[in-house]
Design a binder for this molecule. Structure first.
Ligand code: NAI
Length: 317
């Protein structure tokens, strides 16, 4: 059985839905959990309440687990990490989960709808992760989860603000996976689907039964276990199904010819190849995609016979 004894976990937005399930799961397996939740509405409007976090803490404690409640907004990320240090002496695992929705068609989206969603999902994830980062670096151990969404990966009508913020988290996770590698800090992004107060009106009738948050929780716990050393991945997870998602690039076309102006017609005439995924490419690192680009440029230049092109080829090599 995978245990988290002596590990300290912060789960943001742990008073309801997915976050609650993670908090219960970590606590059941021996972790000390900071149950963060400001007890707000699904849209981030209105009053806050300590009740959701308190109830999760009570439930954990009634089962013999260790947990404290924290009522800060994720925008006060530093204070949430300090709650982990003050109560349990360290921070090993951070699950960035808190979230709100302010869905509107782009035409009707106000600056407030845009800003609030960016602040709670993207900026706050930066703030709290930054606060945890120095502790994790120092102790050379950390496990971080970012919660993205299929709305970002595939787009979703009425969610321009949310999609943009959620894709921002994928970029953040990719880069932190690189920066954290030598400190044994891993980062992943997950795109879950689960029946919760955020989604109950959007999902089909059998979703409550088939898309339980409990079917997402085991992946999050596995990714956060010390035995899992993978990093920098993106997963889609729902209803018990788990798969990895990655970027794919068409094999494309070099439409430029040596010493010739590159034209709009060059693009048109090669369009079929530019968009063809018949033999797709996948680069897992920045270096791989740079190498692929320069190989294509060199190949194009090497196909050239006149003198000017020789000069160009020398410049590239
Ligand atoms: P939920 O509404 O059930 O739970 C979110 C919790 O976050 C709430 O308890 C809320 O009080 C808390 N919260 C909101 N703003 C906060 C803030 N500023 N500071 C602290 N806590 C705050 O929602 P659910 O469905 O469990 O969502 C969890 C995460 O998963 C969110 O980031 C959401 O965007 C993401 N997600 C959920 C999907 C789903 O199908 N349920 C789909 C894709 C992503």
């Amino acid at each position: 059985m995978l245990r988290f004894s002596a590990r300290v976990v912060v789960v943001t937005g742990a008073g309801n839905g997915l976050g609650k399930e993670y908090a219960l799961g970590f606590a059941e397996r021996g972790a000390s959990v900071v149950v963060n939740d400001l007890g707000g509405s699904a849209s981030g409007d209105g009053n806050h309440s300590s009740r959701p976090a308190d109830e999760v803490v009570k439930l954990i404690q009634s089962r013999g687990g260790k947990a404290v409640a924290d009522y800060h907004s994720v925008e006060d990320g530093k204070a949430i990490i300090e709650a982990a240090i003050k109560n349990f002496g360290r921070i090993d695992i951070l699950v960035n989960n808190a979230g709100i929705l302010r869905d509107k068609s782009f035409m009707n989206m106000t600056e407030q709808d845009w800003d609030l969603v960016q602040r709670i999902h993207l900026r706050a994830a930066y703030l709290i992760t930054h606060a945890a980062w120095s502790y994790m670096r120092q102790q050379k151990y950390g496990r971080i989860i970012f919660t993205t969404s299929t709305s970002g990966l595939y787009g979703n009508f009425g969610q321009a603000n949310y999609s943009a913020a959620k894709m921002g988290l994928v970029g953040l996770s990719n880069t932190l996976a690189l920066e954290g590698a030598k400190y044994n800090i891993t980062c992943h992004a997950i795109a879950p689907t689960a029946y919760s107060r955020l989604t109950q009106d959007l999902l089909p009738p059998d979703a409550e039964e088939n898309l339980k948050p409990a079917f997402v929780m085991p992946l999050v716990l596995y990714l956060c276990h010390e035995s899992c050393t993978d990093t920098g991945s993106l997963f889609q997870v729902a209803g018990g199904w788990i798969g990895k998602v990655r970027l794919e690039k068409s094999s494309g076309a070099m439409v430029r010819r040596p010493n010739k102006p590159m034209t709009v017609e060059d693009v048109r005439d090669n369009w079929k190849d530019i968009i063809s995924f018949a033999t797709p490419l996948h680069h897992s690192t920045q270096a791989e995609q740079v190498t692929h680009l320069w190989d294509a440029i060199r190949k194009m230049n090497n196909n050239n016979n006149d003198d000017d092109d020789k000069v160009l080829t020398q410049t590239f090599s």
